[in-house]
Write a protein that binds this ligand. Sequence first.
Ligand SMILES: NC(=O)c1ccc[n+]([C@@H]2O[C@H](COP(=O)([O-])OP(=O)(O)OC[C@H]3O[C@@H](n4cnc5c(N)ncnc54)[C@H](OP(=O)(O)O)[C@@H]3O)[C@@H](O)[C@H]2O)c1
Length: 349
Amino acid sequence: MKPLRIAINGYGRIGRCLVRALFESGPRQLQLVAINEPAELKTIAHLTRYDSTFGRFSKPVDEVEDGLLIDGELVRVCGETNVSKLPWGELDIDVVLECSGTFSSRREAEQHLQAGAKRLIFSHPAESEDDVDATIVYGINHRELSGEERILSTGSCTTNCVVPVLDVLRHHLDIEAGMLNTIHSAMNDQPVIDAYHHTDLRKTRSAIQSIIPVDTGLARGIGRFFPCLLGRLESTAIRVPTVNVSAVNLTLTVAQHTDAATVNALIEQAAVQAGAVLGITEEPLASCDFLRDPRSGIVDAGQTRVANGHLVKLLVWFDNEWAYSNRMLDVCEHIQTLDDDIARALVNN
Ligand SMILES: NC(=O)c1ccc[n+]([C@@H]2O[C@H](COP(=O)([O-])OP(=O)(O)OC[C@H]3O[C@@H](n4cnc5c(N)ncnc54)[C@H](OP(=O)(O)O)[C@@H]3O)[C@@H](O)[C@H]2O)c1
C-alpha cells in the first residue's frame, strides 16, 4: 500500500499538532513530505521540539539544508506565500492540509491544485458549501466519500465535538430546538494584552484577562450535516483564558419524554460503537484532564440534566487541537484506502 503524501500549509497550532499526532499516535499509511510556513527554519524546528501545551516532542528533530529531519524522516520546509510557486507537483503531494486559516474559498484552494497537489483539506469550515466538494466529520459521513472529491473541509473542532452527540439524540429523542454554547480556550487570533483587531471589537481585548464572547457559525455548520435541524439550533461562543481543551454546553428540547440516566445510557451505547469519535465519562474531571484526549467529544455524565422530561442539557469536552488534528489524519487515512481501491480496480480492469 502506497502511503498518502501529505503537505501542511500553515505550521501553527494545528499544523504542529498534526505532526505530533502523526509521529506519536501509532503507525498510519501517511507520509509527511512538506511544510509551508513563512517563519524561519530555526524557529520552526524550535517550535516542533518544544510546546508549552504538549511539552517536549518525543521524537528527534534536526535542521537540514532545505527542511527538517523528524525521527529520521526528511520533511521539506518552504516559506512561500505565493501559492502558485509551491512545489506540490515536484513533491507529488496527494493532500495539502490547509492550516493557515488564511484561505477558505474554492478559488484559493484551486491554486494549490494548480501548483500540483491532488487534493486540499481545509482545517476549518469553508465559506460556503459551494467552496468544497464535501465537508467531512469523521465517524459521521466519511464513508460517503467516493475518492473523486478534490476540495474538502473537516469542519470545525466544535462541529466534530457536537455532531456525534446530536446524531444520537436526534435518532432517539427527536430534537425540536437547541442552544449550543461553546466555551473555547484562547487562540492565536486574540492578543495577549489589548491590541487592535479589524473585524471584531471584542477581539481587541487581552485573551489572558477576560472571558470574551466571539462569533460562531456552529449552528449553521451543523445544519449542513442535519438539514432537519436547520433553523432549529442557535449557537454562541466564549473564549476563556486557558490554552487548550474546550467544551460545548448543549441545551435541547426533545419530543420524547426522557431523563438524565436515559440520555447518558444512549450516549454510552453509541460511544461503544463510535470508537475513537465519541466518549462519555463519569469521573469528576476538569478541562486539563482532557489534554491529548483523541476523541472528538466526551460527554460529562455527571453534568447531564433533564428538566420537565423534555429540556436536556449536556456538557461535552474536547481537546480542540489534538482531537481535531487526529480527525484530519483519520480523513487522510480514509482517502488513502479509497485511492488504493481505485488503483486496484484500474489494475483489475
Ligand atoms: N487552534 C484550534 O483549536 C483549531 C481547531 C480546529 C481548527 N482550527 C482552524 O485551523 C486554522 C489554523 O488555526 P491555528 O490555531 O493553527 O492558527 P495559528 O496558530 O495562527 O497557525 C496558522 C499558521 O499559518 C501561518 N500562515 C499564515 N499565512 C500563511 C500562508 N499564506 N501560507 C502558509 N502559512 C501561513 C501563520 O504564520 P504567521 O503567524 O506568521 O501569520 C501561522 O503559523 C484556522 O482556520 C482555525 O480556525 C483551529
